[in-house]
Design a protein around this ligand. Structure first.
Ligand code: MV4
Length: 446
């Protein structure tokens, strides 16, 4: 096992990883930007190194500075958290060249799955259902029109290097496809320096369901069931829950086994999330793989009792999975609300600034993952998530009741937060009766 790990991240996930390290008897080295010098995670770490000014490009995204910190601190491994460098295959490669273990997949596996066209081909080879669409990349507009007429409109054009909703265009006929193709190609070239595109049938009003998996370096893989992340706004998740409230047991087993086949075919090690769309007839289709630990991982931890960060560290250190699939049991219902420093009444405008009052809720079945405390300041340089409120109960109704109670208990002043929006969603009749899709926030909450 490692004796010292550097955490190439900030905020709540840095704190989450430090806690896992300390419980495993591992020293944690934090890095921080000038904007984070007074952050709690910096004080909790065994050592902390300032890596530069507030802007991410000069700090948390700056590979030379992070590698220098790792060498000065003499760590054996780097945990990237989520965001920043977590899905940067070049960074994983540099870690390897410097003799530092990257706590995540190999750069090769990250590249294979980071290319959405390649990931789709791996899924097909593993007999995982994909949305009907193009074979490999689209060569040109003529091919796009030909395939669109075969599979039927509407279609969606996506960037091979995209993900998380960037570089996508929907088309409803040959004429709009012409414009969508040009726009998607230009956007992909500009955003990813890679104009490669592919096309799928557009699934209308789907749910977003994802499967948590973990694989070791010897090819053992386990799934930790699914999370439903349908409640999103502009590709930012607001609420996640497990289990998916509309899946029957047979479909759920098929979904989780599909995710395992995909990850094993990709020769992948460490934690991954396999994303699917679920259509209104409960058919599921693979869309993409996230090769990192995700923000919403605590939802899975609550229902399975497993510590996913510890698994990431153990696997990176070369441990084999000593659990069997049947040992991973799913208990009750967990739900997470992401509390952001944003004003839902002003189109979710960011609300950075000092926090003069911060009192987190507690009680049975409540977990709060946060780096925020009274007297701290929410920086405008980084994302606006200030806390994750996670609840665990026996049933969905009880989880919702506990979540509402905990949200009402939360005191965060004077900045605006997404707490009022969460309370509104949790009381919405469509949410309580499981009749939502990914358009819910924009269509029903505007
Ligand atoms: C889709 C889709 C409909 N049909 N693919 C958005 C982010 C990226 N992960 C994939 N996305 C979508 N892909 C097909 N073939 C609809 C979306 C989509 C979406 C997916 C999940 C959650 C929220 C979403 C919001 C808008 C569009």
């Amino acid at each position: 096992m490692f004796s010292r790990i550097l955490i190439a991240n900030r905020g709540e996930i840095a704190l989450r990883i430090i806690r896992a390290c300390h419980e495993m008897g591992i020293e944690a080295v934090a890095v921080f930007s000038q904007a984070d010098k007074d952050a709690e995670y910096v004080h909790l770490a065994d050592e902390a190194i300032c890596i530069g000014p507030p802007s991410p490009a000069q700090s948390y995204l700056n590979i030379p500075r992070i590698i220098s910190a790792a060498e000065i601190a003499d760590v054996e491994a780097i945990h990237p958290g989520y965001g920043f460098l977590a899905e940067n295959a070049h960074f994983a490669e540099i870690c390897r060249e410097c003799g530092i273990t990257f706590i995540g997949p190999s750069p090769e596996a990250m590249r294979r799955l980071g290319d959405k066209v390649c990931a789709r081909e791996i899924a097909k080879a593993a007999r995982v259902p994909v949305v009907p669409g193009t074979e490999g990349e689209i060569a040109d507009e003529n091919e796009a029109i030909k395939v669109a007429n075969k599979i039927g409109y509407p279609v969606i054009i996506k960037a091979a290097a995209g993900g998380g909703g960037r570089g996508m265009r929907v088309a409803h006929n040959d004429i709009s496809l012409h414009a969508a193709f040009a726009a998607a190609r230009a956007e992909a070239e500009a955003a990813f320096k890679n104009g490669a595109l592919y096309m799928e049938k557009y699934i209308q009003q789907p749910r977003h369901v994802e499967v948590q998996v973990i694989a070791d370096k010897t090819g053992n893989a386990l799934h930790f069931y699914e999370r439903d992340c349908t409640i999103q706004r502009r590709h930012q998740k607001l609420i996640e829950e497990s289990p998916c409230p509309v899946l029957d047991e047979a479909t759920r087993e098929e979904l989780c086994k599909s995710a395992l086949r995909l990850i094993q075919n990709a020769e992948y090690a460490n934690a991954a999330t396999i994303e699917f769309l679920l259509d209104r007839d409960k058919n599921f289709y693979f869309i993409e793989v996230n090769t990192r630990i995700q923000v919403e991982h605590p939802v899975t931890e609550m229902v399975t009792g497993q510590d996913l960060i510890k698994w990431q560290i153990k696997i990176a250190a070369g441990r084999t999975l000593d659990l069997r699939q049947k040992d991973i049991v799913h208990n009750g219902v967990a739900m997470e609300c992401r509390i952001n420093a944003e004003d839902p009444a002003r189109n979710y405008a960011p609300c950075p600034g000092p926090i003069t009052k911060f009192i987190a809720p507690g009680g049975q079945g409540v977990r709060v993952d946060t780096h925020v405390h009274q007297g701290c300041t929410v920086s405008p340089y980084y994302d606006s998530m200030i806390a994750k409120l996670i609840v665990h109960q026996n049933t969905r109704e009880e989880a919702i009741a506990t979540m509402k109670r905990a949200l009402r208990e939360f005191r965060i002043e004077p900045i605006k937060t997404t707490i009022p929006a969460h309370l509104e969603i949790l009381s919405h009749h469509l949410f309580t009766k499981n009749d939502v899709d990914t358009t819910f926030i924009e269509q029903k909450m505007g």
